[in-house]
Write a protein that binds this ligand. Structure first.
Ligand code: C2E
Ligand code: MG
Ligand code: MG
Ligand code: MG
Length: 283
């Protein structure tokens, strides 16, 4: 009886595995086609500076406009793209599209702002990552100071020497580097002090609780204070309420991103927003 059960379990498991493998293969093929057929789209979420009261940056966030599944969010295909290596062509497309779009906004006369692009660990580890970024900057003509690459703490935690070397080569191109989702990993500011980075993005999970957890409030306040003393810029992500905004502002965090200001927007809607803001400021 027990033998029977285990054989069945084994069979089921095996069947399940091959189904999984073929599903992965077909997703890989679909992802490949998605790039070729131009099914990927970028949304742009404003990053607001509360001192200048301006949009000083936008984060480019990818979606997959799937012919039958509709708009697929990144967490449903980026992990698979990383497993299959498809993140490399996808990431290049994202980088090129975001840089090109930023040049278009500048040519239309809007106040120059950064465009932030997420880099996955797999992409970051490619031996030609620096050349790829350099080539896309050259090709699109974007002034490097208006490109920011977001890397996560987990990238920074692996092989520090190597990571610092790559970051230094990227910094030589003149771009900016930020640490995304800061506070969720195991790195500390004293560890990151050795990294040539410009900005920390305080993760949404801290922002979520600052107004009702004294502990999280203290953590957020000390991240802001330490970052400032290390001459790093700080931005809070996932700011949804006025209370969160007020707390962060009084703690000295002057850049924010979140639904309280704006959701990620399609390019035409962000363009209208820039256009309205620029008309209102009289430029
Ligand atoms: P992330 O880089 O931390 O991006 C922030 C995520 O939080 C975005 O989700 C954004 O839409 C969401 N968000 C922003 N403000 C708020 C808010 O106030 N409330 C809530 N509930 N959510 C907010 P999204 O677009 O679904 O992206 C999820 C993750 O997928 C990103 O997290 C990033 O890790 C990854 N991702 C997105 N685009 C790319 C890409 O082009 N390349 C790579 N490698 N990863 C990407
Ligand atoms: Mg990000
Ligand atoms: Mg983030
Ligand atoms: Mg996040």
């Amino acid at each position: 009886r027990s033998k029977e059960t285990s054989r069945n379990t084994y069979k089921f498991f095996n069947h399940h595995m091959s189904e999984q493998a073929s599903k992965q293969l077909s997703v890989e093929q679909e992802l490949r086609k998605a790039v070729e057929r131009n099914e990927l789209v970028l949304m742009y979420q404003p990053q607001v500076d509360l001192i200048s009261d301006q949009i000083t940056g936008v984060e480019a966030l990818v979606r997959w406009q799937h012919p039958s599944r509709g708009l697929v969010p990144p967490l449903e295909f980026i992990p698979l793209a990383e497993e299959t290596g498809m993140i490399v062509p996808i990431g290049e497309w994202v980088l090129r599209t975001a840089c090109r779009q930023n040049v278009e906004w500048q040519m239309a006369g809007y106040t120059p702002m950064r465009v932030a692009v997420n880099l996955s660990a797999y992409q970051f580890k490619q031996s030609n990552i620096v050349q790829t970024v350099a080539e896309i900057l050259r090709e699109t003509g974007l002034n490097p100071k208006y490109l920011e690459l977001e890397i996560t703490e987990s990238i920074a935690m692996q092989n520090a020497e190597q990571v610092i070397q790559t970051l230094e080569a990227l910094k030589l191109l003149g771009i900016q580097i930020s640490i995304d989702d800061f506070g969720t990993g195991y790195s500390s500011l004293s560890y990151l002090r050795n990294f040539p980075i410009d900005r920390l993005k305080i993760d949404k999970t801290f922002v979520d609780n600052i107004t009702d957890s004294a502990g999280d409030a203290v953590i957020a306040e000390s991240i802001i204070a330490m970052a400032k003393s290390l001459k790093l810029e700080v931005i809070a992500e996932g700011v949804e309420t006025k209370e969160q905004y007020q707390f962060l502002k009084s703690s000295g965090c002057h850049e924010m991103q979140g639904y309280f200001f704006s959701k990620p927007l399609p390019v035409d809607r962000l363009t209208s927003k820039l256009s309205r803001l620029s008309a209102a400021s009289g430029h």
